[in-house]
Design a protein around this ligand. Structure first.
Ligand SMILES: *Cc1c(COP(=O)(O)O)cnc(C)c1O
Length: 436
């Protein structure tokens, strides 16, 4: 806060399309999609209209014991679009709560299914995972800087190394490695499955860890192992959902259906806080019973199923259809890859990772040894500040520059974003201005 105050904070007053406009009237390209939530741009007429139309009906009524038309319609749409087999929707209001719901549901499911397996109460997750900032979500996460101080509050978990190929913990190379990093996962499932309720992971991309992309087939193999050892697979699609990776959900790249799936960020196109946890029919049925069987899932939030959020989420999904957003993203993904290519030869760019419209550029002090920059040098922050001066807003993940444009970003805007970023990296890492 001390430094932020000294840096003259940026106050965003307005937005339009891919641009944010501050209180001084300066325009910036939104290179983070307002932290990975925006899909079709700011002030999209269809999404704006959906909100004002719903406002004329009602802004909010509780979802506890009641329902509302936009929430019902949205649940139906989500089931239609989700990986096949996910049949039930439980609403909440942000990504962290969607994860909390999945964890609690998994634990209660094992107690109530027939035959019951009440000993299954722990979770296995990947190191460097990020699943949100509430205490349960932090427990299954593992980003030292965010989490270390709260160790005393967290429940114990089982962890394995993630598929971070650029810094492979086994010093192997894909595909020759045959994904040997999955061996410890299988060993733990084999020995611990009686205690394990679920495996939670971010499918395809560990986003907050620095856009770590998993090799093809990794997710499929985790699904197979979870099935084999009777452990639920919980997919956290909060960042990867809603077209971000080029498919509606990342799991669909590998035809995988998780048992539980958490969604939020892109759900409302970046308009309103809303989230959901999707479950299979099998899980849903374990919660049915007479009142005195006490099978209720005791979890609800004041703004669960908020009609404004659900109405704008419906308009968001409708816009995917009308504007063929997924086709656009897949085309622009290729352009983005082409634009990024020259960056790969920069002296301090170690690795460029891309999955659809999620990009992570890992800066290193030394390309040969892959020596990272010391965090206190704040190289990512310095690059982001240089981009800001040139009219592009980014938010780094440590030494990784994350570029996550709205899915509607136009080719020329993508070109401008990458040009600004390229120049900023050169200036901040090579300490001189190069000709672009
Ligand atoms: C952002 C994020 C969350 C947390 O969502 P919030 O809405 O910020 O609580 C959880 N999981 C992943 C993968 C995320 O990227």
């Amino acid at each position: 806060m001390q430094e932020w105050e000294a840096e003259s904070p940026l106050i965003i007053a307005k937005g339009k399309g891919t641009y944010l406009i501050d209180t001084e009237g300066r325009k910036y390209l939104d290179g983070t999609s307002s932290i990975w939530v925006n899909i079709h741009g700011h002030r999209h007429s269809r999404l704006d209209r959906a909100l004002t139309t719903q406002l004329r009906q009602i802004a909010h009524s509780t979802f506890l014991g009641l329902s509302n038309p936009p929430a019902i319609r949205l649940a139906r749409e989500l089931i239609r679009l989700a990986p096949k087999g996910l049949r039930r929707v439980f609403y909440s209001d942000n990504g962290s709560t969607a994860v909390e719901v999945a964890l609690k549901m998994a634990v209660q499911y094992w107690q109530q299914r027939q035959p019951s397996a009440g000993s299954k109460q722990s979770f296995l997750h990947l190191k460097l995972a990020y699943h949100g900032d509430t205490v349960g979500a932090v427990s299954v996460g593992n980003i030292e800087l965010f989490h270390a101080r709260f160790k005393a509050l967290l429940f114990p978990t089982v962890q394995v190394d993630p598929p971070y190929c650029y810094r492979c913990p086994l010093s192997l190379t894909y595909p020759a490695c045959h994904m040997a990093c999955l061996d410890p996962l299988e060993t733990l499932l084999k020995t611990r499955h009686r205690d394990l309720a679920g495996v939670i992971l971010e499918p395809l991309v560990q986003a907050a860890a620095g856009m770590l992309t998993a090799p093809p087939g990794y997710l499929t193999r985790v699904r197979e192992l979870c099935t084999k050892y009777h452990v639920l697979l919980i997919a956290d699609e909060v960042a990867t959902g809603f077209g971000r990776t080029g498919k509606m959900f990342a799991c669909q790249h590998e035809g995988v259906t998780p048992d539980l799936m958490a969604i939020s960020k892109g759900l409302t196109g970046g308009y309103m806080p809303l989230a959901a946890t999707l479950a299979t029919e099998e899980i849903y049925r374990a919660f049915l019973g007479r009142y005195e069987d006490w099978k209720t899932f005791f979890h609800g939030h004041s703004y669960t199923g908020n009609p404004l959020g659900c109405a704008v989420a419906l308009a968001n999904l409708d816009t995917f259809r009308r504007e063929k957003t997924l086709v656009h993203v897949r085309q622009q993904t290729k352009l983005l890859a082409r634009l990024l290519r020259p960056m790969a030869s920069l002296q301090h760019v170690g690795d460029i990772r891309q999955c659809g419209f999620m990009v992570g550029i890992e800066l290193v002090q030394d390309r040969q040894t892959r020596q990272p920059y010391p965090l206190e040098q704040r190289i990512g922050h310095r690059v982001a500040q240089a981009c800001r001066v040139a009219g592009l807003l980014l938010r780094p993940l440590g030494n990784v520059i994350a570029l996550v444009p709205p899915l509607s970003t136009k080719p020329r805007e993508l070109t401008t974003m990458v040009a600004i970023l390229h120049q900023a990296i050169v200036d901040q890492t090579e300490g001189k201005t190069s000709l672009l």
